[in-house]
Write a protein that binds this ligand. Structure first.
Ligand SMILES: Cc1ncc(COP(=O)(O)O)c(C=O)c1O
Length: 371
């Protein structure tokens, strides 16, 4: 039996055609025309005024935090159950991440825990939509309004997803995306920042480009980064974006097939297909082993690995990260739902190139390892 990788992107649209245009014209750097086009198309897709392409989704968060002037003494409320990029951006800026646990059914941040964590130092809420369902936005928007907080929306995993019919990526003061190959659409490596605020957009543009000054290029008043996206990456991104709707339909179909094949297995908690505000887009197909199963996710992944099935563990909570504990952060904090998810959750192959036969194989093998 051939192995089934955790993710394979689908690059059989106009990717080659647009890449050839880059080669033929010599426009391979960030100065090429596809970058601007991609920025405009991504912003339009989520109903925002400005798009700023960057070289990955992690640095998009760094730029977002810097553009909002979040720094020493400030606090940012965020889920503990997320990728390290979120907390790293805040810590690197000299600010403090303040964590909330996740919801055991949607796996997103528990919105009911946020208000108790707001202090006079709170500057922003970092919303991270996890795995396929959006965060419940209305309570967060209300809190942001009530306490005058900014929203950083990490929509890296949420292409084509909506919350109450409004696109994910449209909710943040600044919202961010990632185009890593496991995302619905990819540029190899890449990221995007979107916003409606012209001043913030200008600041993001400057920060991603070393804060060069238009008047005197090599005189700097602020430190930026080189986080630029190349024309080659944007060429691939435009070709991918052309197919986003088709990809979302396919991802939903992959999710449905897995659920149909696995829902009789009593030991598995499967992703929720829908809530009253969204239908799952299954960025990945996550599975949580219920307590009745006498092994953990690590062992499940080992067993599936022996059967040549690719898997990835769920996120490991920020409060349990040695790197942050060494800094004296999150001392003696406990978030039981995230702790359980980290140990009992993993996801199975769910990339765009996955075929139905492979889905059936994964389901058969999952059944085997549970028996
Ligand atoms: C929610 C979230 N934010 C940020 C990132 C980081 O994106 P990148 O890998 O492009 O740096 C990821 C990557 O998977 C992610 O899932």
């Amino acid at each position: 039996m051939k192995s089934i990788p955790i993710n394979e992107p689908l690059l059989n649209g106009n990717e080659k055609k647009y890449l050839n245009e880059c080669i033929d014209t010599g426009w391979i750097s960030s100065e090429g025309p596809f970058v601007k086009q991609f920025e405009e198309q991504m912003a339009a897709r989520v109903g925002r005024k400005y798009g700023i392409a960057v070289c990955n989704g992690s640095v998009a968060l760094d730029v977002a935090v810097a553009a909002l002037d979040i720094g020493k003494g400030d606090e940012v409320i965020m889920p503990t159950f997320t990728i390290i990029s979120c907390a790293a951006a805040v810590v690197r800026a000299g600010a403090t991440p303040v964590l909330v646990d996740c919801d055991r059914v949607t796996w997103n941040m528990d919105v009911n825990q946020i208000e108790d964590k707001i202090t006079p130092r709170t500057k922003a809420i970092m919303v991270v939509h996890i795995y396929g369902l959006p965060v419940e936005m209305n309570p967060i928007l209300a809190l942001a309004e009530k306490y005058g907080l900014q929203i950083i929306e990490d929509a890296a995993e949420m292409y084509g997803q909506t919350y109450q019919d409004q696109p994910c990526g449209s909710f943040g003061t600044i919202s961010t995306f990632s185009f890593y190959p496991n995302k619905h659409i990819t540029t190899g490596e890449g990221g995007m920042i979107v916003t409606d605020n012209q001043l913030l957009a200008k600041r993001c543009l400057s920060l991603r480009n070393l804060c060069f000054q238009p008047q005197q290029r090599f005189v700097h008043y602020e430190l930026g980064w080189n986080f630029r996206m190349t024309n080659l990456q944007a060429a691939v991104g435009i070709a991918q974006l052309e197919r986003l709707d088709e990809f979302v339909v396919r991802k939903r179909n992959i999710g449905k097939q897995y659920t149909d094949l696995l829902s009789d297995l009593s030991g598995l908690q499967l992703p929720l297909a829908q809530t009253d505000y969204a239908n799952n887009i299954y960025w990945v197909y996550g599975i949580v082993l219920k307590d009745e199963v006498d092994f953990d996710a690590k062992e499940a992944m080992r067993r599936l690995g022996e059967l040549k099935i690719g898997t990835r563990p769920f996120f490991w909570g920020m409060h349990e990260q040695p790197v942050f504990q060494k800094m004296g952060l999150f001392v003696e904090e406990s978030y039981p739902v995230a702790e359980k998810m980290a140990r009992q959750g993993f996801y199975v192959p769910s990339g765009m190139a996955l075929i139905d036969e492979q889905i059936k194989q994964v389901a058969t093998n999952l059944r085997e390892i549970l028996q």
